[in-house]
Design a protein. Structure first.
Length: 361
């Protein structure tokens, strides 16, 4: 299928679900704090030890939003235009995150990891990160799929989900979606039972866990949209944010193999249903818009600081009071940096690329 003419009708942005946007930002901040904390504490002592489940919330929200944004226009838009549009939306920050990760690897003041690798190997790792080709070879980065920007593993699966959507899912019936969702849910339960948790997908060893996680949650989000499972509620942004945070604050236990799949299979889809039907107080609209806007830049740029923090912690062992200041201050600075990145890099680059795409079409 060839790219079609990019008419204003095809490219216009639909009205946003502002509360869902806001919840995306809450999840992004939670995962930053989780990454800070996991450097210091084992899961049992990490107060936000289930923050990694924010990725599953992102996946479910993505399925809902993709269905809402493209189901009614993908046929006119065409496969090539859809994929180019998604690439423009996602890849500028993949590139920047890789560049920042490379800089952290080369100039980390608390470690000498870069001296252990040849220039050719570093260049190859960087190229694989830019091109989103999994290459888990750096032991000092715990064999992450993308050593210079660990969170990119979820973007890899996001790309796969987008491709499968435009190839198959956009024209799939609700019954087929339901069957696929159930099968993916069985895979989630199997992983939980076999490995005791759902904290996988980011490394070479757990590569296929990522496939199960994106498959279920993306399909569930798409099914929610197609089925119009929107629950009208008086719960606003604050109430739903509290409910979302409860999942991340859930205590670590021997029952993780049950509780984590339940959160992913039932709780997060329920929150999407509630968030889509909740009423937003006008005074919180700007906060939700800001939260949603910085969520992706925050997610894709924060890990550079986490690697440096890990080296600092290993070298200096700061006490609890210092850690509190570092984590709170570091998170605030990363949010501010994400805003700068969004304002002066992501938006201008995407605008430029979209204009080029329009002219080419």
């Amino acid at each position: 299928m060839n790219a079609k003419t990019l008419s204003p009708e095809l490219l216009k942005t639909k009205e946003h679900f502002h509360i869902l946007d806001g919840l995306r930002g809450v999840a992004a901040v939670a995962i930053v704090i989780f990454h800070f904390m996991e450097v210091v504490y084992i899961p049992a002592k990490n107060f936000i030890g289930h923050g990694f489940l924010a990725v599953d919330f992102f996946f479910c929200l993505s399925g809902f939003v993709i269905g809402y944004a493209y189901d009614d226009r993908i046929g006119k838009m065409g496969m090539a235009t859809f994929l180019k549009t998604r690439l423009i939306r996602l890849h500028p920050l993949v590139v920047l995150g890789s560049v920042l990760g490379l800089l952290a690897f080369l100039f980390d003041p608390f470690s000498l990891h870069s001296e252990l690798y040849s220039a050719g190997r570093i260049a190859l790792v960087f190229l694989s990160s830019i091109l989103m080709i999994p290459f888990p070879v750096v032991s000092e980065r715990y064999f992450n799929l993308f050593s210079f920007n660990a969170p990119a593993w979820s973007l890899f699966w996001e790309y796969i989900a987008n491709f499968v959507y435009v190839l198959v899912l956009y024209k799939a019936t609700r019954n087929l979606l339901l069957i696929l969702t159930i099968l993916a849910g069985i895979a989630i339960c199997y992983i939980g039972y076999t490995y005791g948790a759902l904290l996988g997908g980011w490394s070479g060893e757990t590569f296929w866990h990522g496939c199960a996680r994106i498959s279920y949650s993306f399909l569930a989000g798409l099914l929610i949209f197609r089925s119009k499972w929107i629950i009208r509620t008086k719960l606003g942004f604050v109430g739903l944010s509290v409910l979302l945070l409860l999942a991340f604050l859930m205590p670590d236990s021997k029952w993780n193999w049950i509780t984590e799949p339940l959160v992913v299979l039932i709780y997060f889809p329920l929150l999407i249903c509630l968030g889509a039907g909740a009423k937003l107080q006008e005074g919180l609209k700007k906060l939700c818009v800001f939260s949603g806007n910085i969520s992706y830049p925050l997610y894709m740029t924060h890990y550079m600081v986490l690697w440096i923090f890990a080296g600092y912690y290993t070298a200096h062992k700061p006490d609890t009071s210092q850690l509190v200041l570092i984590i709170i201050g570091g998170t605030a600075l990363l949010v501010a940096f994400a805003y700068v990145v969004m304002k002066f890099y992501d938006i201008p680059v995407r605008k430029y690329l979209m204009n080029k795409l329009k002219k080419a079409s």
